[in-house]
Each structure stands twice: as C-alpha cells, then as structure tokens.
Design a binder for this molecule. Sequence first.
Ligand SMILES: NC(=O)c1ccc[n+]([C@@H]2O[C@H](COP(=O)([O-])OP(=O)(O)OC[C@H]3O[C@@H](n4cnc5c(N)ncnc54)[C@H](OP(=O)(O)O)[C@@H]3O)[C@@H](O)[C@H]2O)c1
Length: 301
Amino acid sequence: MLEIANEAPGEPGPGEALVEIRAAGVNPVDAKVYSGAFGTDPARLPLRLGSEASGVVIAVGPDAAGPAGPIGVGDEVIAYRAPGSYAEELVVPASALVPKPDTLDWAQASGLMVTGATAWHLLTATGVGAGDTVLIHGAAGGVGVMAVQLAVDRGAIVVATASPENHDFLRGLGAIPVEYGTGLMDRVRAAAPGGVDAALDLAGTDEALDVSFVLVPDRTRIATIVSFERGLNTGIKVLGGAPGADPGTEIRDAARLDLARLAQAGKLRVFVSHVFPLAEAGRAHEAISQGHTRGKIALIP
Ligand SMILES: NC(=O)c1ccc[n+]([C@@H]2O[C@H](COP(=O)([O-])OP(=O)(O)OC[C@H]3O[C@@H](n4cnc5c(N)ncnc54)[C@H](OP(=O)(O)O)[C@@H]3O)[C@@H](O)[C@H]2O)c1
C-alpha cells in the first residue's frame, strides 16, 4: 500500500544538503520494489520510494560539495542517487548533486540521471562507438530514449525496436525504427544490411535476446538490464543491481556530469510524457507498470 507520511526532513549534516524538490523522476523499479517482484519480507517496510529528483538547495551542512564543486543555498540541482526522492524536501549527500542544465525544466531534469546513467553504462560495456551498428530493444522507453540519443551522439547507426506509434518519434532522434514481435529478425536484417555489432536489451523478452544472439557475432557486445538469469547463463553483459550483475557504480556516477553537459549543449533531451502530482504516485506507478511509457514520467510535489 502506498501512503503519504508527514515527517520532518531533518537538518543537513557535514557534507549534506537539504533540497526542496520540484520534481521526482519515476522509474519502473519504484513500482517493482513493493510489488513482490523483489520478495515480500515485511521487515523491509516501510519503504521510501524514488531515487532521483530536481530541486533547489535550501540549506547546507559544512563542506557540502558535489562532483562539480561546492554546493550553496539557492543552487538549482539534480539529485542522484537520492533514495526517498518522492518527497517535498530531502536531505541528500552533496556528492549526489550536480547543477541542473537550464535547457531542462524541472520535470525533465528529474528524469535525466537514472535512465541516462544506465544507458551510458550499456554503451560503455558494449563498446559502442563511431561506425558501429547497435540494435536497441525497447528503445522508446526511459532508458531507450537516452541510449538512442547517446549512441547517435557517439556516431553509431541505431536500429531501435518499438511499437509503430513510436516510430516517427524514434526517427526524429536519428534511429531506424523496427516493430518488435514475430518477424523481428528479418526486419532488423533489412534495416541493417551491413550487420549488427552490438545489442542492448531493455525489453527483457526472450525475443530480444534470441534475435541478438543470432545477429551479433560477439556475445560480450550484447548487454541486458532486465533478463538477469538468462543473461548470466549465456555469457553476455548483465548490468544492474541484481546478484551477479555489474552495477557499474563508478561508470554511472562519473556519467552524471557528461549527461548534464550534453543536456546543456542541447545534444541530450528528456521527453516527459506524463506528469502527476506527488500525491498521485500510485497512478504514476499504474502507468509505468503498463510497460509502454514513451520517455519519462515525473511527479510534482
Ligand atoms: N538493471 C538496471 O540497471 C536498470 C536500470 C533502469 C531500468 N531497468 C529496467 O529496464 C527496463 C526498461 O526501463 P525503462 O525505464 O526504459 O522502462 P519504460 O520507460 O517503462 O519503457 C519500457 C519500453 O519498453 C517497450 N516495450 C514494451 N514491450 C516491448 C517488447 N515486447 N519488445 C520491445 N520493447 C517493448 C515500450 O515501447 P512501446 O511502447 O513502443 O511498446 C516502452 O517504451 C525496465 O524493466 C526497468 O526496470 C534496469
């Protein structure tokens, strides 16, 4: 059950900052974490939800500095990693704060980091660079939209799977869209006559991995962030927080400044398809759990 709790945020201690949250990013894991997908141990409750947000610093403790330098009152920031970001105010380590690019509004800024850092990790782990053709399964969602833009920025050719209503959108990002489902292999072959060098599975379907295994000659250039068990049994890269997976903490944390820089330069955009009031987080979770979100969902306190 989701509940709103009234609780004082507390004072920031050394190396911490108090952030007035303007928007919190919604990710599938926020709903999965209390769905039973990760077990039903009541000792884990209550869970505070959320992991990323945008907002304004309203108080700082001594020695508050983030990766871009000292943090002060009034700074407009993105907070990631920020556990418990579904809140009006939150104390976070200042090391979690990077300056908000002014090209992004609050909702967009709240959705840059989880998906962006995951996409960065995927592309780094599979070595995607200029001249590569990369197949991205589930390309219209939060992580996919980031992976497409970052791969295009690296000079790769991107073949992107999505339902037909997202094809124009993906074309606009520079990808070659193909519909997933029966016949996917032939459609990808037609879209990439020169072959496929790397594949990223953000969909978690058997189809995504089956097609990738046939089309990508080198299994170390296939990565999944969803199919953990099958991935670990088949010699591909398995990325994320599950046992046996590579969390890529250093790569993901280091990516934050690059993501902010690319967003500031207008080379990386965040597409927010739905905004909900924080008090309606349950509705946001119903929406994201459908598995067909285009881009991101944000919550506004
Ligand atoms: N391991 C990690 O570190 C990590 C990090 C972030 C996310 N994740 C996981 O990665 C997955 C994707 O995250 P997200 O934030 O991008 O999710 P999302 O925003 O909910 O996007 C899901 C996307 O999947 C597409 N899709 C649905 N069914 C599909 C199918 N059968 N084949 C191909 N694509 C399909 C949808 O596109 P259409 O609407 O066009 O169907 C939708 O755009 C989630 O399971 C999430 O929990 C893992």
